[in-house]
Design a protein around this ligand. Structure first.
Ligand code: AMP
Length: 276
């Protein structure tokens, strides 16, 4: 899109989205599209494959969810999604937490139009998920391992009619050893589909995945709105994994008197005042 055109974009409607989705964004308090949404949505509406270099916090979920919902609505008229086909889009996420956040955004954006979603992640009862699959949702969001589990064991579940595949946080999907599960999924979905790949970094493995499953993609980059300020001092310690607890205690002792926050891989533990 030309620079002058981007300048003029003030609303989701300017990006080419239908009234229903503009209203849905408005009801979520999304007044104007974020950078990644401005860059990605017009290409996605031209039914092109996309690679988005963007992090969580950039509005990337909206950047892929809105064009998928637009396509679903366009195919199936203004009565909403009741008559729309099941299993229209699949979003793969590396973690349960991210999958749940993604499904929540789809549900919020589709709440006025009878959208059905299912989240298929590990650590949750299989039967409950089979019941959700039986309701023939339009959108499936899941982690690769659990999805393969259902493709193998859940009667009547097939992705042969899938129209959209989203690989979210592709760099993490590949780091978490999901390569085999990804291959299994790619083997049972149609080649003739649209694919969106989002990743914070473009690693060798991500490039390989891109070559395997995207067709002439448009590449979009959006710097995170959470880039750090120049005055922030950042340091890292390269440590043996098995001694990390010990190093953590050492660092907290060193920083005695300061306020600290400790983050773990999937969960925020606590913020506290270190007085060790
Ligand atoms: P994401 O990067 O997709 O994880 O989104 C981060 C947060 O930004 C979520 O809480 C979204 O609800 C919110 N968000 C996404 N798009 C917009 C927008 N256009 N305006 C305001 N907030 C947004």
């Amino acid at each position: 899109m030309a620079e002058e055109e981007k300048e003029e974009i003030k609303s989701f409607k300017d990006l080419g989205l239908c009234d229903e989705l503009e209203e849905a964004c408005d009801s979520l308090g999304w007044k104007t599209p974020t950078k990644i949404q401005v860059e990605a949505i017009p290409h996605a509406l031209e039914v092109k494959d996309l690679i988005g270099l963007a992090q969580t916090g950039s509005g990337k979920t909206g950047a892929f969810a809105l064009p998928i919902l637009h396509a679903l609505l366009e195919c199936h008229g203004k009565q909403g999604y009741k008559s729309a086909p099941a299993f229209f889009a699949l979003v793969l996420s590396p973690t349960r937490e991210l999958a749940i956040q993604i499904v929540e955004q789809f549900e919020a954006l589709g709440s006025g139009i009878s959208l059905k979603c299912a989240v298929l992640v590990g650590g949750v009862d299989l039967i409950q998920q089979q019941i959700a699959i039986g309701k023939r949702p339009h959108i499936i969001v899941g982690t690769p391992g659990r999805l393969v589990d259902h493709l193998t064991n859940t009667k009547g579940f097939s992705l042969r009619m899938l129209k959209y595949l989203v690989l979210d946080e592709a760099d993490r999907l590949l780091n978490e050893d999901f390569e085999k599960a990804l291959d299994d999924i790619l083997n049972v979905i149609p080649r003739d589909r649209h694919t969106y790949l989002f990743s914070a970094t473009m690693t060798k493995k991500v490039k390989k995945l891109q070559r395997a499953c995207l067709r002439n993609p448009v590449k979009i980059e959006a710097a995170s709105k959470y880039s750090t300020v120049d005055t922030l001092k950042q340091q890292y310690r390269f440590i043996p994994a098995k001694y990390k607890d010990c190093y953590l205690v050492y660092i907290l002792t060193e920083m005695s008197g300061c306020t600290c926050m400790v983050f773990t891989r999937t969960m925020y533990i606590y913020g506290f005042h270190s007085n060790m």
